[in-house]
Design a protein around this ligand. Sequence first.
Ligand code: SF4
Ligand code: SF4
Length: 121
Amino acid sequence: MNIKELDKGLIYTDSKSCVGCNNCIRECPELTANVTLMEGDGFKTHIDAEACILCGTCIDTCTHEVRCFRDDCNDFFNDLSQGKDIMVLQVEGEHTLYHYLQNAPISQLHAAQTYFPLTPP
Ligand code: SF4
Ligand code: SF4
């Protein structure tokens, strides 16, 4: 783990406001995703992006609202419009994005039946 790389992933800690309560660590399914460091006169808990599976649990768990996510939707749609290769992992129940992609100008769309009970195009 490189300390300089902490909080560089899609989900990160706004460490200025972290109070070191460790609620995030208690609920995190990945043992090594959270890294607590002594900073100034208190503890701050950061995220190691290499270990974090981006489940989002800590965003709900952190009652101090310092777990945040970077919105990369604009990057996604820019890449899509330029015909770049894109991999999308959708983990919500509504499948809105999946249906959008079915009509998008892309060459391949695979539905992982285990996770998305949809009829492939
Ligand atoms: S739950 Fe929030 S405030 Fe508490 S240690 Fe984790 S990131 Fe910091
Ligand atoms: S997003 Fe999930 S895996 Fe990553 S730090 Fe938060 S709870 Fe752990």
